[in-house]
Design a binder for this molecule. Structure first.
Ligand code: AKB
Length: 317
């Protein structure tokens, strides 16, 4: 992995991943791909090249790959789960038609491809505790449908054409840099903003709803590490369970209250998000990722909370 194209470089993952790749891959170039209305700014714009890169425009992607001699594509374009329920056709277009465009370009130009999957690829009939790597995947959300199809199509291109596709199933991701938008797990980011701003947090997810979550630095390490893993050791490819912590709204609320004893929470459950959350695993088993490419998270709820609060104080106060 030397010359990389990040599609969706201004999103929650892309904005930090692009900067990490620019810092950590010597002698190469990382192109920040964006769509109109979501142009890179500040350090993201100044630290390397940026190109308009719409997944729905295969010719545009092929031209960028050619221009920069790209050998790896991070395909991060997606509508998250709650938004995808509101706009299922658009979600299908971006996540599936976009994906096949990327895979075709990768087949022709011999690029590796990372397209994230998610805890959303599981559904109500999946075992919820210690969800195995290989298990039932019958999601009931459009987001989940596209994630399962992404895993299958990515594996298909590997087996049929030898395209080096790899990926992880991300938990809900928590970060202080760029806000997520339209996800079921977004509450676990928003709760920190409310605490630091001194506001009561209105939680759309009911107490007792456990989901896998992960701090962004761990997620970024996973995204880079899987693409650098020895291919001979990979039994699986699309996609690996990765886990670091699992909690419900009460648990994260109590963790934040250690720093902000006056912090308050009120529950106004959103039936769409709650329905999705109830269908997802409580906690995944990530032993295959650990065994096949050395996955190991560094952050737990306590250390993430301390880091989030420290950075949000700098950002917001
Ligand atoms: C969402 O909530 O939709 C995402 C995800 C878990 O994939 N954060």
């Amino acid at each position: 992995m030397k010359n990389v194209l990040v599609i969706g470089s201004t999103g929650q993952i892309g904005s930090e991943l692009t900067m990490k790749l620019r810092r950590e891959i010597p002698g190469g170039v990382t192109v920040a791909g964006y769509i109109p209305g979501a142009e890179p700014k500040g350090a993201l714009l100044e630290s390397g090249p940026a190109e308009q890169a719409d997944v729905c425009d295969a010719k545009q992607i092929a031209a960028i790959v050619e221009k920069y001699d790209i050998d790896a594509i991070y395909n991060l374009a997606a509508l998250l789960s709650a938004t995808a329920e509101k706009k299922p056709l658009l979600a299908w277009d971006i996540q599936m038609n976009g994906l096949i465009n990327i895979l075709e370009v990768a087949r022709e130009k011999r690029c590796a491809v990372f397209t994230p999957s998610s805890i959303g690829s599981f559904g109500p009939s999946t075992p919820h505790d210690n969800t195995p790597q290989d298990t039932i995947q019958r999601p009931t959300s459009m987001y989940g449908v596209t994630k399962v199809a992404t895993e299958l199509l990515s594996d298909y291109y590997f087996h049929k054409y030898g395209v080096d596709t790899r990926s992880v199933r991300f938990p809900g991701l928590i970060s202080y840099t760029t806000l997520p938008g339209g996800g079921t797990t977004d509450y676990a980011v928003e709760i920190y903003y409310a605490a630091v701003k001194g506001e009561t947090f209105v939680c759309p997810i009911a107490p007792g709803t456990y989901m896998d979550m992960m701090y962004m630095p761990d997620a970024l390490r996973a995204a880079v590490q899987i693409m650098q893993a020895d291919p001979d050791k990979l039994v699986h490819r699309n996609s690996f369970n990765i886990a670091s912590m699992s909690f419900d709204p009460e648990t994260i609320f109590q963790a934040i209250r250690k720093e902000y004893p006056d912090f308050r929470i009120r529950y106004e459950v959103d039936p769409v998000r709650q329905g999705i959350a109830d269908s997802w695993p409580d906690k995944m088993d990530d032993s295959c990722a650990r065994a096949e490419w050395g996955w190991k998270p560094e952050f737990d709820l306590e250390s993430m909370t301390a880091d989030m609060i420290m950075h949000l104080k700098e950002k917001l106060l």
